[in-house]
Write a protein that binds this ligand. Structure first.
Ligand code: 3NM
Length: 211
């Protein structure tokens, strides 16, 4: 099973003018230990091209690559796994296509969705949005850190906290019990991507030590 601490997702709207490869390489240099390609626009070919580039990059650093939604592209580039939202292909169907050895992550926004993902064999779940976020179009109301506590009480598969997480509010998320943090805008929109990742990791590691 793959485990990780700091999950960086692509978000082109936040790094306009900067090259995606450079942005994600900086995140990896800062210690981000899992990367997701999340492309809601663009043709299949454009997404495939980015996926190939990120596959090459992540292989070089031995970091897992997850592709959001596009199972065909995940298979074509031999990504480590896929991430699915509640409106994407159901988990069981996705598992049939992608096989038993790939990672499947599921976004969840309630304990019912978390239970269903665990029962269906998800490898990890996203738990969010913890705070308000502008990075997702069809976003639901913030679930707050109380959802983290519910998940910790009941769910045994790994979970990653997501949604509006910034350096200034991550301590609250860690104090609630999260050990894995995911961010888009705070990382890829940063002037200092590597430094931002390093700061996140200092906080995550400090919280782990005191747990
Ligand atoms: N999924 P930022 S929130 C992609 O709650 C995504 O499932 C969410 O971006 C969920 O770190 C979110 O910029 C956006 O808020 C995260």
């Amino acid at each position: 099973m793959v485990d990780f601490k700091l999950y960086t997702i692509t978000g082109e709207q936040f790094h306009e003018g900067r090259d995606l490869k450079h942005v994600m390489e900086e995140a990896i240099h800062g210690g981000s230990d899992i990367i997701q390609l999340r492309e809601k626009k663009g043709s299949k070919r454009e997404v495939l091209k980015k996926a190939r580039m990120l596959r090459e990059l992540t292989k070089k650093y031995n970091v897992p690559l997850i592709v959001n939604d596009h199972i065909d592209i995940a298979l074509a580039v031999d990504a480590d796994g896929i991430h699915l939202g509640q409106d994407d292909l159901p988990l069981e169907e996705a598992r049939k296509i992608i096989g038993p050895n790939k990672i499947i992550g599921i976004s969840t926004h309630s304990i019912e969705e978390a239970r269903e993902a665990e029962k269906g064999g998800a490898d990890y779940i996203g738990v969010g949005p913890i705070f308000p976020t502008n990075s997702k179009d069809d976003v639901v109301d913030p679930v707050t850190t109380s959802y983290i506590k519910e998940v910790m009480n009941e769910i045994t598969i790994p979970f990653v906290a997501i949604g509006g997480i910034k350096l200034h509010n991550v301590d609250e998320v860690l104090e609630a019990g999260a050990t894995r943090i995911c961010a888009i805008s705070e990382i890829v929109g940063s002037e200092d991507i590597k430094g931002t990742c390093e700061e996140f990791l200092v906080k995550i590691n400090r919280s782990k030590e005191s747990a």
